[in-house]
Design a protein around this ligand. Structure first.
Ligand code: PMV
Length: 318
């Protein structure tokens, strides 16, 4: 039995599109920030008396359609055949549209591999988590992480980046509590297959990773923020241009984005990003959090969450 915790992450330079859907190899590398307040706790027990895998999420028994293929990878690696019981508790507001797949698969990779007797190094764990959900490869690490796109299963892994000399913070704006209109997996594939802007996205986003590494090394927050906004906007531009046309933007998404622009015009360093849903995440410095929250409160009172960089995934019980 192992109980593990992994925190969710938000990409500053996005991952959008798979070159290999089975191995989950991305077209571009990506760079993310792990968050302190949102995480998943997962307990895995391999049990010789079980006739099939079991999965509960927040106390509710769910089908094992996503868990069993992942456990099969772990069983193959460990040379074991027992079924497992998996029980997860999400401390990520899933219903509020914050992605939990990153923390979920990172916690499952750590808990399941250890419960199966494996002791994987961080790089190997991130490769395993990647097979559940691409963004999960980055959630094994605290603070900033890069997922190198690589060219095969062995070379596509994430690792921690040195922390910049900046007191980073993130304000999450909950635009919609509804489940997202389209799952990222199928929309991603559709963007790759149909968006005329996708090749441009790949070229530019890969260069953006290099630029972001330079900006982080220089602790240049303005550049970090600009690159963060660009990567998100370019990803959403590629999505919009697909067939059928689609966008996650809602009127309130743009309203929040405009407030962030106004804050910047007033001298507050704040930059917006957005994932596969309408919520806006504002990257800022700890000193600016009160100003960011004050500017967003008139429209989003009760729908703002503030967080800081979070730690690496850990084993809580073994
Ligand atoms: O790992 P997935 O399949 O949940 O995809 C994540 C996609 C984005 O959140 C939009 C971007 C990212 O890099 O996390």
């Amino acid at each position: 039995m192992t109980l593990a915790r992994a925190h969710t992450n938000i990409a500053l330079i996005k991952y959008w599109g798979k070159k290999d859907a089975r191995l989950i190899l991305p077209y571009t590398s990506s760079i993310s920030l792990t968050l302190a307040d949102f995480y998943t706790d997962t307990r895995v027990t391999f049990d010789p008396t079980l006739g099939e895998d079991r999965f509960t999420l927040d106390g509710t028994i769910l089908p094992t359609t996503k868990v069993t293929p992942f456990l099969d990878l772990v069983r193959d690696l460990a040379g074991r055949h027992q079924f497992a019981s998996v029980s997860s508790v999400n401390h990520v507001p899933t219903a509020a549209g914050l992605a939990s797949s990153a923390s979920a698969y990172a916690a499952l990779a750590l808990a399941a591999s250890r419960a199966a007797g494996l002791r994987l190094a961080p790089r190997e764990l991130s490769r395993l988590a990647r097979r559940g959900s691409g963004s999960a490869s980055r959630s094994l690490f605290g603070g900033l992480a890069i997922w190198h796109r690589g060219f095969d299963d062995a070379t596509s892994f994430a690792e921690a980046l040195p922390a910049p000399k900046l007191d980073l913070a993130m304000v999450v704006v909950l635009v919609s509590a509804k489940a997202k209109a389209k799952a990222s997996r199928s929309l991603m594939a559709n963007t790759v297959a149909t968006s005329p802007y996708y090749p441009a996205w790949v070229e530019h986003n890969q260069q953006a990773c290099e630029r972001m590494l330079q900006a982080l090394a220089a602790s240049d927050f303005e550049r970090i923020g600009e690159l963060t906004e660009q990567s998100a906007m370019q990803m959403h531009a590629a999505i919009m241009a697909g067939d059928p046309a689609f966008t996650y933007f809602q009127p309130e998404t743009l309203a929040a984005w405009q407030t962030v622009q106004q804050l910047r015009a007033a001298g507050v360093a704040a930059y917006a990003t957005m994932d596969a849903g309408p919520n806006v995440k504002v990257l800022t410095l700890a000193a600016h959090v009160p100003a960011v929250v004050a500017a967003l409160t008139p429209q989003f009172a009760g729908r703002l969450l503030t967080t800081r960089p979070g730690p690496a995934a850990t084993v809580l019980e073994d």
